[in-house]
Design a protein around this ligand. Structure first.
Ligand SMILES: Nc1ncnc2c1ncn2[C@@H]1O[C@H](COP(=O)(O)OP(=O)(O)OP(=O)(O)O)[C@@H](O)[C@H]1O
Length: 297
């Protein structure tokens, strides 16, 4: 049995297994080299790396949009083509990838998630309408179902595409920078939903520049820079040394040295990561500590 067969067959590796994957574009440029990691069922994983590090290439490979020069990918133990046929992989795009001038209603966008479940004529059945309704309700967008998608705010559009993935009933959901341009309330709402989806046994792979939120909601982290530099539990992988390797000189990193301890602030783009006394701090953990300090004062 090859390593990938062993991993794909094990209950722990049954989610997503990427083994020694290389993708070479037509111009000869490698979007990804010898990349390997695996994610068990019921996982939220952060995909973290600079622009051009290969995050989108990895997504394209998992969605079967690019040919693998070498390596293998298994989704729920199946090769990519079979996983796509069974609608197992859903994708939530970056806003920039979508033509917002295209006149289409919110409910039609969500219904697109059902296409793979329909026959050739794509005539929605009762079950498809019900799935759309449920998905819109889950992301809190039922009231907007008859609005044009182009009229919505950035955060609302993200929720509609998340609803499309839910309507599809994707078991592996790829989210391309879901927090870019969304307010903190919407981000919290998306994180709550991702946790529910994890508890249903789904696998979420989330590309993000929002480093400060990673320890809060991602069980696992994959650091990428042309290849996978490190992967594993967020507790063991998402540390200063690995981040510095992944980001080279492009991170903004401030050290604030006080009397008792030094505080590092590492920022790629959006919400920064705080490191206190060498330990990565989650936003939630900090808030809880501050509350207990207040209580004991
Ligand atoms: N169609 C293509 N043809 C040739 N090279 C490409 C193509 N798409 C991407 N690349 C190259 O592959 C590498 C990885 O790009 P990719 O888009 O996967 O990065 P990324 O991490 O998603 O970046 P970003 O954070 O900016 O979205 C880059 O060097 C990029 O220039």
């Amino acid at each position: 049995m090859s390593t990938i067969d062993t991993l794909a067959a094990s209950p722990d590796g049954a989610g997503l297994v990427v083994q020694r994957v290389t993708v070479t574009y037509r111009n000869g440029h490698s979007g990804l080299r010898d990349a390997s990691f695996h994610l068990p069922l019921g996982t939220i994983a952060a995909l973290v790396g600079v622009n051009g590090s290969g995050k989108s290439t990895l997504f394209k490979a998992i969605m079967g949009f690019v040919r693998l020069a070498t390596g293998d990918i298994r989704v729920l133990g199946q090769p990519v083509a079979a996983a796509l046929r069974s609608n197992a992989v859903a994708y939530v795009p970056q806003s920039e990838e979508v033509d917002w001038n295209f006149p289409v209603l919110v409910e039609d966008v969500v219904m697109m998630g059902r296409y793979g479940h329909m026959g050739l004529l794509r005539r929605p059945k009762q079950a498809d309408h019900r799935a759309v309704e449920r998905a819109l309700a889950r992301v809190g967008m039922s009231d907007c179902r008859y609005r044009q998608i182009g009229e919505l705010s950035g955060g609302q559009k993200k929720r509609v595409f998340l609803a499309r993935a839910l309507a599809q009933d994707g078991r592996v959901i790829l989210l391309d920078e879901p927090f870019t341009g969304v307010d903190v309330k919407t981000e919290d709402r998306i994180i709550t939903l991702l946790r529910e989806l994890r508890d249903e046994g789904r696998v979420m792979l989330v590309s993000t520049h929002n480093l400060g939120s990673v320890p809060e909601f991602c069980d696992r982290t994959i650091l990428i820079k042309g290849t996978v530099l490190a992967h594993g539990t967020t507790a063991s992988t998402f540390n200063q040394a690995n981040l510095e390797q992944a980001f080279g000189g492009v991170l903004r990193h401030f050290m604030l040295t006080g009397k008792s301890a030094s505080i590092g602030v590492i920022s790629d783009d959006e919400r920064p990561l705080i490191i206190e006394g060498g330990q990565v701090q989650s936003r939630k953990g900090r808030a809880e500590r501050e509350r207990s300090d207040d209580d004991s004062a």
